[in-house]
Design a protein around this ligand. Structure first.
Ligand SMILES: [Zn+2]
Length: 281
């Protein structure tokens, strides 16, 4: 059923996403590669291992044991508290994003088994309005964390976001504290939370739940940070080091625990969950 929702008919011009067609050109190594092979490798390039953006539904399929997924709060959608118009009214923008992605908002949450371990999982989808965090993303993730706490399960979030959703203003920023408070209560019960940073994980998401993992994992070459490089450079009036907002740079400077290639992510998460819950029983 999840697979049915993956079929996207609209052609894409976004080079970071897998475009339609039998063959595609990798934006990283510029080689032409067979699309099916890319998909078999969980949306990575067979030539250079470039990680394409992965839709949330495919991510869930790649991590959760077949037939064990239960989605939570599937119908939660956003209101328009500010009556926000930026070129078009916010409800219209949301409707457009829903039609484009087949999702109700920028995150899917639920529970399932990861190599036999029961977990709570939240997966963000960058294709839905840049994975921006508004009230629905914050509420769904908070409920996922709270249910994981109640069921004494580890919680895992796969992040992909440009940050807070500007159309919801301060309500969007409040999601940072709400999710962080839920994670603090989860930690008080000595239950693990693992954060996975994918390309990109930025701003208000990086400044809250994405950086609060007991273990923080990133995919290779992901863009991770708070503010964009140009803004920082203009503010501090200094040259920034090459690639300073990449997984590899952050790993070198002690801000990440692991960089894990997508093909190994499920096995690595299973290993960590096994280790962290064994000592916790
Ligand atoms: Zn490539």
């Amino acid at each position: 059923m999840v697979l049915d929702r993956l079929r996207r008919t609209a052609p894409t011009k976004d080079p970071k996403k897998i475009p339609d067609g039998l063959w595609i050109k990798c934006p990283s190594c510029a080689k032409t590669v067979f699309k099916r092979l890319v998909e078999e490798r969980l949306d990575t390039c067979p030539e250079c291992n470039h990680h394409f953006r992965m839709p949330a539904t495919r991510r869930i399929d790649s991590l959760i044991d077949a037939g064990t997924w239960t989605e939570w709060d599937a119908d939660l959608t956003s209101g328009d508290p500010l009556g926000f118009v930026d070129g078009k009214p916010y409800p219209e923008r949301i409707a457009q994003q829903q039609a484009k992605t087949g999702l109700k908002d920028a995150v899917l949450t639920g529970s399932g088994k990861l190599s036999g371990h029961a977990i709570g999982l939240g997966v963000m989808d960058f294709d839905f309005n840049g994975g921006s965090m508004g009230s629905v993303v914050g509420e769904k993730l908070t409920r996922m964390i709270e249910r994981s706490t109640a069921a004494r399960m580890p919680a895992i979030i796969i992040n992909a976001s440009g940050g807070a959703r500007m159309q919801e203003g301060a309500i969007s920023l409040m999601q940072m504290t709400k999710t962080s408070a839920a994670l603090a209560r989860h930690a008080e019960k000595r239950l693990p939370y693992i954060s996975v940073l994918t390309n990109p994980t930025m701003a208000g998401v990086m400044a809250s739940f994405a950086s609060l993992g007991d273990v923080i994992i990133a995919e290779p070459k992901a863009l991770i940070g708070f503010t964009g490089a140009r803004v920082i450079q203009e503010t501090i009036k200094q040259e920034l080091p090459e690639g300073f907002q990449t997984s590899e740079f952050l790993m070198k400077h002690g801000q990440l625990d692991l960089i894990v290639t997508r093909q190994d992510l499920k096995a690595e998460l299973a290993r960590l969950v096994g280790y962290l819950t064994e000592h916790n029983a």
